[in-house]
Design a binder for this molecule. Structure first.
Ligand SMILES: N[C@@H](CCC(=O)N[C@@H](CS)C(=O)NCC(=O)O)C(=O)O
Length: 289
């Protein structure tokens, strides 16, 4: 319980506390002038290896693995803890100041795309892969893609925030979002009981969107202690799917692109070439110093 009584008009007069408090502000727009770097490939990705960022680098690696050579890309890290998302260059690409953002420079004019779901659809349509072009299978794929976009904020911004990041443990909030997180895990578990992948027999952008969030929690990689707290091992079909996707070589590559923390062998700060996974992870760069 708390004695807090909301004022009639909210004002921004105190830090909110907790992790990420330093980057939270009630304003949009740039805080400083800084252009984004541009590499040699048609596709420029500005991202970070959070679940939302991983979706795009995993799709790009899957496209390359499937033989779409034009999916070559440069991936640049956006350090959201240091405010890179508020640079004028980044805001030009995403007025919402959130990673991931993509610029396609393959045409006469650069095309910007923001929101991870929009980027997945854009790339899948551009290369004609991982998204059926019409009919019920396309409808099913888009339904699950949008399910992820609508559901994950409850898992991350709701459960993850109050379980892992909030400066105080609030029982009401943790209970509310643990309940919803478990309901969502059960939605996936039931779906995956009869289907190899989310939409049926074919791997699609729905799997690529859902895995970084729900696979991450199921496999115990997201929010320390959350897998035990939510008893994710009980969702056996979800666990089978999470491990199956995790074993894909393109997923193993995509999930470490723009990763700035953790095991140095699993950090590839910038990605400009396929050989970077062999030669330019942090363990290799540090050994060469
Ligand atoms: N709906 C957006 C969410 C993106 C998002 O929340 N990105 C986070 C990292 S996972 C971010 O950039 N946060 C920086 C900030 O809030 O300032 C998407 O799917 O692309």
């Amino acid at each position: 319980m708390t004695d807090y009584v909301p004022p009639r008009v909210w004002t921004w007069d105190q830090p909110s506390g907790g992790q990420f408090a330093s980057i939270n502000r009630p304003l949009a727009g740039p805080t400083h002038d800084q252009a984004l770097p541009v590499g040699i490939h048609p596709l420029q990705l500005y991202s970070l290896a959070t679940p939302n960022g991983q979706k795009v680098s995993i799709l790009l690696e899957e496209l390359l693995a499937a033989g779409h050579a034009d999916a070559e890309y440069d991936a640049w890290p956006i350090r959201i803890g240091e405010g890179d998302q508020f640079s004028s260059g980044f805001v030009d690409v995403n007025p919402n100041s959130k990673i991931p953002a993509l610029v396609d420079r393959s045409g006469t004019e650069p095309v910007r795309v923001f929101e991870s779901g929009a980027i997945l659809v854009y790339l899948a349509e551009k290369f004609g892969a991982f998204l059926p072009t019409s009919g019920p299978k396309r409808a099913e794929t888009l339904s699950w893609l949008f399910w992820q976009m609508g559901s994950a904020p409850f898992l991350g911004g709701g459960f993850g925030h109050f379980f892992a990041y909030a400066p105080v443990k609030i029982e009401y909030a943790i209970n509310r979002y643990a309940m919803e997180a478990k309901r969502q895990l059960d939605v996936l578990n039931r779906r995956l009981a009869d289907n190899e992948y989310i939409t049926g027999p074919d791997y699609s952008i729905a799997d690529i969107a859902i895995w970084p969030w729900y696979g991450g929690v199921a496999l115990g990689r997201t929010y320390e202690g959350a897998a035990e707290f939510l008893a994710t091992s009980e969702y056996e079909h979800l666990m089978r799917w999470a491990r199956q996707i995790d074993a894909r070589p393109a997923v193993r590559r995509g999930r470490i692109v723009n990763k700035l923390s953790g095991d140095p062998s699993e950090q590839l700060h910038e990605r400009h070439d396929a050989s970077d996974f062999e030669l330019r992870t942090q363990d290799k760069l540090e050994a060469a110093d």
